[in-house]
Design a protein around this ligand. Sequence first.
Ligand code: AMP
Ligand code: MG
Length: 516
Amino acid sequence: MHDTLRWRHRFAELGPRFFTELAADPLPDPHWVAVSPGCAAWLGWPVDWWRAPAALAAFSGGAPWPGMRPLASVYSGHQFGVWAGQLGDGRALLLGEVEAPDGPLEVQLKGSGLTPYSRMGDGRAVLRSSIREFLCSEAMHALGIPTTRALCITASALPVRRETVETAAVVTRVAASFLRFGHFEHFTHTAQDTDALRTLAATAITQHFPALTGRRDRIAALLTEVAERTARLVAQWQCVGFCHGVMNTDNMSLVGLTIDYGPFGFMDGFDPGHICNHTDHQGRYAYARQPSVAYWNLHALAHALLPLLAEEMGVAPDRRHDAVGAATGDDTMAPVQEAALAALEPFKPAFADAMLGGLRAKLGLAEAREGDRELADDLLRLMAAARADFTITFRRLAGFSTAEGATNDALRDLFIDRAAFDAWAARYAARLRAEGRAGADSDAQRAATMNRVNPKFVLRNHLAETAIRRAQAGDFSEVQRLHALLERPFDEQSEHEADAGFPPDWAAQLEVSCSS
Ligand code: AMP
Ligand code: MG
C-alpha cells in the first residue's frame, strides 16, 4: 500500500522560513512496540499496514516511503511563563499529509534524531515517554477529548541519557495540524518577520478555520475561535481530572487539541492543587490553574498576532510591528490592544458554559437549573476534603439511589465527613426529583447515561508505569492490553476490575518529570 499512498505537503509549500528539510536519523536495529488500529483506520489505512518490512523502516526513521518529505518546523515559546526564544522542533519530523477519509492528516515522527532546532537536546525520545504519549493520546481520543493521536511506537536498544540511561523510541503522531501558539510567537518575537506571520495565519485560517476566510476581521475572529476551542478543551480536561503538566505556549495547539504528552497525569485522589509535573515547583500548571494558564497562553498568542491585528485595523505598515512592544497607553496602539483583549473575552463564558455543561452531565442532570454549579462545586469540595478518588467517585455516583431511606453506602464510604455527604446527597436527590429523575427506572436510566460520561478506566500513573517497566524488560503485552482497555473507557469490562480500582500504595511515590 505504501507505494500507492498520496502524500501532500502544504506545510512545505510555505517555504524555507518555516522549516528545515532533513532526513531522520534511523534507530539502529528497530522493532515494533505497539500500533493503534484505530488511528490507522482514521488514516484510512488497512489494519495490517505495519506488517510490511518497509513500514518498520519508515517509522523508525529509516528509509522513508515514496512521497514522504521529512521536515522539522521551527517554533518558539514561553516556558513556565518566561520567554524562552526558539525551542523547537528539536526532535519531531513532519512526514507530510495523508488524504484520510475525514480530510488531510499530518503524520509526524517524534524522537527521530537531531534537527537544526535541537539546541542542547539529543533529538531522541525514550521508550518510557513514548509509551506514555502513545497510551494517553489514544485514551484521550477514546474519552472524546480533542487530541493529537498516535499511530505506532518503534524502539531500539540505542542508549539515551536522561536522569539514568534509558533506550530510544520513535512515536508516530497524527493530527489535522501540529501548529502551536509558539509557531506564531516565533515569527513575531524571534524572527520578527511579519510577512511570514501573515503567511502562517492565512494558511492556518484557510486550512483549519475555513469559515473565517472571507471576514475582514479574521485575525480577531481567529483569536476568538482559538480561545473558545481552548476553553472547551480545558473544561474537558477538568471534567476527567486530567492535568497536562507543561502548558507552555509551545505545547498549546492552535486548533484546540491536547498536544505534547509529557509529565501529564490523571488525578487519583481529588486535589485541586494537584501538581503532576515533579519539576513544576511553583505549581504553575496545577490542576485548578489550568483554565487561567490557558487564558494566559491565549494572551501570548494574541500578543504575537498584534501586527496582523494592527494591519486588519488599518494601522500604517511601518507602525504595525510597534503594536508588539507598545506600552499600555500608547494612543495609536491602544485600540489594537483593546481589540486583542476583546477577541479573547469569549474565553470566559465559553469555559464557564463548557464546565457547567460538563458537570451537569457528570451529575446526570438532564435539565439546566439554578444552583447546579453550586451543587457540583459542593460535591467537588467534599471530594477534595476527603481526597476522594476522582474517577471512582463519579463512577459510583452513577449508582446513586433516590429511593426513600437509601444511604448510598458505596459512594458515602469515599467521604470523611459523612454528615456533610448526607446533606449533599439529600440536595442531589431533591434536585433529581425536581426534574422527575427519581425512582428505580429513572435511576437506572440516569446511571446508563452517566456511565457514558464518567469513565471507568483512565490512564492512571501506576497503570502506565507497570506497562513501561514490562516494556523496558522486553515485554510489550501490557502496553497493548492497556491500549485496548482504554479504547473503551466507559464500558464495564468487568474482567479488568483491578484497573478501575484504587491505586496501589506505591503509586503515591511515583514522580513524573519533564524528562522525556
Ligand atoms: P517540551 O517542553 O518537552 O515540549 O520541550 C520543548 C521543546 O524542546 C520541544 O518542542 C523540542 O523541540 C525540544 N526538545 C525536547 N526534548 C528534546 C530532545 N531530547 N532533543 C531535542 N529537542 C528536544
Ligand atoms: Mg513540547
